[in-house]
Every structure is written in structure tokens, then in C-alpha cells.
Design a protein around this ligand. Structure first.
Ligand code: ADP
Ligand code: MG
Length: 720
């Protein structure tokens, strides 16, 4: 293919050259002219506005003032330097006193002084453009952009000629040192557009542009960089964001269409006796949400298409029940099911609960973990191979090569983010019937809808959005160290009422040593404050052997300990209905979803429950916000949305490993949820009419989706 302007190596763009090209590549990952054009300003400044100096305050972002230079002073390491002695290599700072009649401002430069010194002469009038701040009680501006105020239109920066707004590009210290300032970026962008725009082809089909009222690509690209006015900018942003989200959804949904069209799934037409026995002997009614989700799953499993479903439900919403019934559909149709948990403790707990539900069903179940003994292991392997074990619960041990199934028809994965893609692929190969097993992924990390749609565009999503009845809300409070005596008194009162208490310490990888020290000191403090007898305190942490962990966990679960001191890493999923208090130490060190997960350990019984967040005195604004949110809401989805807004989707706990299939350049999952919805619906409509994108009017779509970047999106139907 002939190279077009967009693919031109960035070093050949006028004004770049090999040195700057290297810098651009390193700092901004820009290799071609097309890459450069995709660097959008992250902010715009209204250049038509000039404010009086006496209106400038340090809390303002970038502003523009027009002022006359009154005095220029230079300073070296030893203080002020007289103008006649100036040797620029010894000058450390240049200070310029300017006024516009309403007040004074000090303009300060630490770099590029020689050039500025030649430009800023007393009496000259300039436009300074920067961030006001206060230093030594004086209003100042450090390293502003400077333009001559008297410059005629043609002298002015050509880039800014008809733009009333100017974009601020992402910059780094290294870029600036290498001579690529914000202004340079704007200039480079101008040449890049000149070179590439004429060759740039429309990337959305006409019918979509019309239907959605989107501006053409040329208009959008020009105005995202050099907006004619605010309306043009908004329209351009909208179009580019829409396009980005639309293609993301289109590529994901297209894969899903492929999966759902072929007869590639194991058909499981009945529910079977075991299902009915289990269902009939439940000590409670399923919640409406549980029933709805089971219907959705059941429809998938009988459809003949492979199920790939994400089940989201807050902690305590009853996902295990759904898992059991789903597994029984598989066994009812003559297939095996496996349920995988991320930790040994969780697997054991699942196994215990599941065995209880399966009591009268005649379905044989087993537990396989890293600590299963050899003889037992051999027996389980045989049972899986000959099909006598219907439901296997386990950890990563299930992935081992010598685990072979007779006919694996369903894989349920709890807390999906701890299993990598590789491992899921391995599981899929274990199915000997030639068809991919149905997959149900369960997560208690509420993933915001917008994110779920993007991460799992190819998955169907079910949500249990209702807690079993009778749950009392959990009262959440925060406290600092001075309240500890009151806290201990409160815990004693709770224990006197027969309740149990969790006390959790953070364990964060980088400072593991310190954390264990905190845990130990904390444990000593607790044992001192809650002496035996009558108080019984157990401790679990990651450094214990599995037996030791299990022993302590069991003691707490069985009520033989009143207090469980633990680190945050091992506790996920433990179910102790009698525990009514969760104390989280150094709560400011946890992320929102983690705090929420921990809180979900209590409030499982019928007693009123409490979550107490112990924090330090001085909190960052962000930590304070997190703690306040926790106290304000129990809704996991709300918290997840907030978490995403605060930290950005890439950082969202539990999703770091999955990562976004495609990096978004302009749209934001946290902020553009509505647009994402719209883009998805639009993609759905297109595919409904033309699933293979063969119609002439969709030619552009087929071309775009065929591009490499979209083929890297995870295809869950193949890997799981
Ligand atoms: P999750 O795995 O979603 O955190 P679990 O499945 O562990 O939640 O359920 C939490 C608790 O609620 C368990 O003790 C379970 O027996 C109970 N439970 C589940 N479904 C119901 C229901 N419909 N009504 C009452 N209790 C329920
Ligand atoms: Mg669970």
C-alpha cells in the first residue's frame, strides 16, 4: 500500500527532525504524523478573555493578563545581579514586575532567561498567559507564555489567528527541555494538519453521520486542535468520542454475534431432577433478582449457543445459590460442572455451602485444592475422568494438566479477575466433548455498567441488584485514634451480646514488612485490651500455613473466637453470619471497592451490623472523600462509579489485570456513560441489519473493524 501522509515518519514533519522525533516517540509515543494528530489538547483556554491583575487569585487556573513591564531584575546564586554584569550562565532567576493599572504582578522565569531578557524590556506591553500563584505574599506567574500585546494580526502567532481558544497539549519536563513547548506542539500540529488533512478519509459511513448529526472528520480534527469557537469544539469532541466508543462496541458486539449465531454451544434443554430437589428444599425463597438471573442463565444454556455470562452481585446478594442451581442444570443434562475460587479458604467455604445444598440431590461433589493429599487427589482425578463426580469445587489446582474431565459442560469462575486469560483458555481445552463449556463468571466487585460493557462487550451481563430480605443496613462510621477506647468499649458490648468482630489491617505489597509489623503490634494491642479469658482472639494472615489459616478461620466461623484479626488479602468471601462488626484499620489506605468488599463481610445475619473505619488524623482530600462516601452509601455500584471517577477506569480495583481491550484516546468511560450507551445501541442496530457488515453503505465500518487494533480485543468466546 502506498504510504499516505498520516503514516509519514514524524521526523519528516517540518520543524521536527531526528532529535525531536526521538523525543516525541519517547515521551508521547508519537511515531508518525497520524499519531501526532491523535494527541488532543486536554484543555482549552479562552484567549479572547483578559482579566485585570487585581482580579487574579491563586485558585484560578490559567488566565491571561495584559500588562506593562515596569522593572526587570536578574538574580544569581548570591542574589541580585546588576544589568551591566550579566553573564547568563550564572543567572538563576529573572523577575519582571508588571502592572496593568489595577495592580502589580511578578513574572518569574528560571529557564530561557536570555531570550526573555531580550524580549521583555521596561515600558513594553505584553500579554502574559499562565497560572497565578502567591509567593512571599506577592501575586506572581511562573513561566507564562508571552505575546507582544501590540503585535499586529500578521505578526501574531499564525496558529492562533482565527482561533479564539487555544488548546493545551500534554507536555513533560523532557519535552520542554528539548524545545517542545505547548506552543511548539501547536505549531507542529498546524503543519501536521496541513499535510494530512487533505488526504484524510471519512471514517464513519454517511448514514451514521446523518442519523447522529455528527460533523465530518475533517471538521472534527481541525476543530479539536484549533477550535473556531466553543460550539465547533463541542461538536468535534462529540463526534470523536462517539466514533471511538462506537467502534469499540461494534468490534466487541461483532464477535458476540459470531458466537451467538452458530450452533457452537452445548445444548442443555432440561433442568433435571437434582435442580428441582435442591430448589424445593431451600430454606428460603429466592429473591426476585436471583430468579431473574437463573432464568437468563437457563435460557442461555438451552439455546445451543455457548453461554458467556458475567454475574455481578454485591457481597451477600446470594450468588452462590445461583452458582449451585446453574451447576445442577449442567449435571441434570449429563455434564460436569466446575466451580473455581481464587483462594483456598474461599474454595473450602464454597464446598461446604454447596455440599449442604446438594445433600438430597444425589449429585457427587468434591473439593480439589493445592493442599489436597495425593491419595485423595488421585481419587478425585479418577472421579472426574469417569464422570462420577458431577460438581468439582477448587482453586488453581483445577488447571493442572492431569485434571481431565469426562465431559465438562460448565465452568463457574468466582471473582474472575484473579484468573488470567491463559488459565481460562486451558480450562476450555479440558472439555473433551469438542464444544466450549458454558461460562459463568461471578464477581462481587461491582463493575460500573459502562465499564462492564466495554470490558465485557462480548459477555452478557446479569446483575443481582437485590439483597435477600431481612438484612439490616450496616451502619458505617469513621474514627481516629483518640476514639479507640470508645471503640474497644463498643466491641466489648457487642461481644457481650454474643456477636463477633473482624479487625482488618491493610496489607499492601510494597510495604509488606511494615504492614506485618503493624499487624503484629495491632494483634498485641487487641490481646492486651481483650484478655483471655473471657475474650478469645484468632489471627489469620498470609504468612501462615494453610492448616494454620484454616484452623483459625474455622475457630472464628464456629464461634470459638470472638475476634478475628486479619490482613486484607485472605478474607474475601468468608461467611460468618454472627459477625456484626467490621473494624478496618488504616482505612485510608484501602480503595473504595476494597473497603466495600470488606464491609460486606458483616451484615449477613439478622443482627444490626457496624463497619468502623479507623483513620489517621491527616487525610488527603481523596482519602477523605472515600471515607465519607463509605459512610454515606452501602450501594456497591454507586461506590464503583465514584471509584472510577476518582481513579480512572484503568485503575479500578479488580480490573487492572483485564485492562481495557482498547485504549481510549478521547472518550472517558467514567464521564461518557450516556454516549457509550448510545454508541452501543447504534452498533447493535447496525449489526442487526448487517451482521457481517457486507452492505455497501457499511463498507467503511467493515474496513475499520478489520484493522489490527480491533482484532486485539479479547475474544472471550475463544479463550474461556
Ligand atoms: P454472595 O456470594 O453473593 O456474597 P452468598 O451466596 O454467600 O452471597 O449469600 C449470602 C448469604 O445469604 C448466605 O448465607 C446465603 O445462604 C444467604 N442467601 C442467599 N440467597 C438467599 C435468599 N434468597 N434468601 C435468604 N437468604 C439467602
Ligand atoms: Mg460469595
Amino acid at each position: 500500500m502506498e504510504k499516505n501522509a498520516l503514516e509519514t515518519d514524524i521526523q519528516f514533519l517540518p520543524g521536527v527532525g531526528p532529535k525531536r522525533a526521538l523525543l516525541l516517540r519517547k515521551e508521547l509515543n508519537v511515531g508518525t504524523v497520524g499519531d501526532l494528530i491523535k494527541i488532543y489538547p486536554f484543555r482549552y483556554i479562552d484567549k479572547s478573555r483578559i482579566i485585570p491583575i487585581n482580579a487574579a487569585t491563586p485558585d484560578m487556573a490559567y488566565v491571561q493578563i495584559r500588562a506593562k513591564v515596569e522593572e526587570v531584575s536578574l538574580f544569581g546564586a548570591k542574589g541580585s545581579i546588576a544589568a551591566e554584569d550579566v553573564r547568563f550562565n550564572t543567572v538563576k532567576r529573572m523577575s519582571v514586575k508588571v502592572t496593568d493599572g489595577t495592580g502589580y504582578m511578578e513574572i518569574v522565569f528560571f529557564k530561557g532567561i536570555k531570550w526573555m531578557y531580550s524580549k521583555l524590556k521596561a515600558g513594553g506591553e505584553f500579554i502574559f498567559f499562565g497560572k497565578p500563584s502567591i509567593f512571599n505574599g506577592r501575586l506572581n506567574m511562573v513561566h507564562p507564555e508571552v505575546d507582544s500585546a501590540g503585535a499586529s494580526e500578521k505578526e501574531k502567532d499564525p496558529v492562533m489567528q482565527n482561533a479564539t481558544m487555544s488548546g493545551v497539549y500534554p507536555g513533560t519536563e523532557k519535552l520542554r527541555n528539548g524545545g517542545i513547548t505547548g506552543k511548539t506542539m501547536a505549531r507542529l500540529m498546524e503543519s501536521a494538519l496541513k499535510m494530512a488533512l487533505p488526504e484524510m478519509k471519512e471514517t464513519l459511513p454517511q448514514h451514521l453521520l446523518v442519523e447522529k448529526g455528527l460533523v465530518p472528520i475533517h471538521f472534527a480534527v481541525r476543530n479539536i486542535h484549533f477550535p473556531r469557537d466553543i460550539t465547533a469544539l463541542e461538536k468535534s469532541k462529540y463526534r470523536l468520542k462517539f466514533e471511538e466508543l462506537f467502534y469499540l462496541q461494534l468490534s466487541l458486539l461483532k464477535q458476540k454475534y459470531v458466537r451467538c449465531r452458530g450452533e457452537n454451544g452445548i445444548r442443555m434443554p432440561k433442568v433435571g431432577d437434582a435442580f428441582n430437589i435442591c430448589y424445593g428444599s431451600l430454606p428460603f425463597d429466592l429473591t426476585g433478582a436471583q430468579k431473574r438471573v437463573i432464568t437468563e442463565i437457563r435460557d442461555d444454556m438451552k439455546s445451543g449457543h455457548q453461554m458467556n455470562r458475567l454475574l455481578q452481585g454485591d457481597v451477600g446478594s446470594g450468588k452462590t445459590m445461583v452458582a449451585v442451581l446453574t451447576a445442577l442444570i449442567a449435571t441434570g443434562n449429563g455434564y460436569q460442572a466446575c466451580i473455581m475460587a481464587p483462594t483456598e479458604v474461599l474454595a473450602q467455604q464454597h464446598f461446604k455451602n454447596i455440599s449442604r445444598y446438594l445433600k438430597n440431590t444425589g449429585v457427587k461433589t468434591a473439593l480439589l485444592t493445592g493442599s489436597s493429599r495425593t491419595a485423595e487427589r488421585r481419587e478425585i482425578h479418577a472421579g472426574l475422568e469417569d464422570g462420577s463426580i458431577g460438581i468439582i469445587v477448587g482453586t488453581h489446582a483445577l488447571f493442572e494438566d492431569n485434571v481431565v474431565f469426562k465431559n465438562l459442560g460448565l465452568a463457574i469462575i468466582d471473582e474472575q479477575h484473579r484468573f488470567g486469560v491463559e488459565q481460562r483458555a486451558k480450562l476450555w481445552r479440558k472439555s473433551s466433548c469438542g464444544l466450549a463449556p458454558h461460562v459463568l463468571v461471578m464477581t462481587a466487585t461491582p463493575i460500573p455498567r459502562t465499564l462492564a460493557m466495554t470490558l465485557y462487550g462480548d459477555l452478557d451481563v446479569s446483575v443481582i441488584d437485590e439483597l435477600p430480605p431481612g438484612r439490616k443496613p450496616i451502619q458505617t462510621m469513621s474514627a481516629t485514634e483518640s476514639r479507640r477506647p470508645a471503640l474497644f468499649k463498643f466491641l466489648k458490648d457487642q461481644i457481650a451480646l454474643g456477636r463477633q468482630v473482624f479487625i482488618v489491617y491493610p496489607l499492601i505489597f510494597e510495604s509488606e514488612k511494615m504492614d506485618y509489623k503493624n499487624l503484629e503490634t495491632g494483634y498485641e494491642q487487641i490481646v492486651k485490651a481483650f484478655p483471655f479469658p473471657p475474650y478469645r482472639t484468632a489471627i489469620v494472615h498470609g504468612k501462615q500455613s494453610n492448616e494454620e489459616k484454616k484452623f483459625n478461620m474455622d475457630a472464628f466461623a464456629a464461634g470459638r473466637a470472638d475476634i478475628l484479626v486479619a490482613t486484607s488479602v485472605i478474607e474475601v468471601g468468608v461467611d460468618v453470619p454472627n459477625a456484626s462488626v467490621m473494624v478496618i484499620e488504616s482505612a485510608e489506605r484501602f480503595g473504595l471497592s476494597q473497603l466495600h468488599q470488606l464491609r460486606g463481610r458483616v451484615g449477613r445475619g439478622s443482627e444490626k451490623s457496624y463497619c468502623i473505619l479507623m483513620t489517621g488524623h491527616r487525610l488527603s482530600k481523596e482519602s477523605r472523600h472515600r471515607i465519607e462516601l463509605m459512610c454515606a452509601t452501602e450501594n456497591g455500584f454507586e461506590l464503583a462509579e465514584e471509584d472510577m471517577k476518582m481513579r480512572g477506569p484503568g485503575d479500578l480495583e479488580g480490573t487492572q489485570q483485564s485492562g481495557l481491550p482498547i485504549e481510549l484516546n478521547i472518550a472517558s468511560l467514567a464521564k461518557d456513560g450516556l454516549l457509550l450507551n448510545d454508541a452501543r445501541q447504534c452498533a447493535e442496530r447496525v449489526l442487526e441489519e448487517d451482521p457481517k457488515l457486507v452492505l455497501g453503505k457499511n463498507r467503511i465500518l467493515a474496513e475499520e473493524v478489520g484493522k489490527e487494533k480491533y482484532n486485539n480485543t479479547c475474544n472471550y468466546s475463544k479463550i474461556s
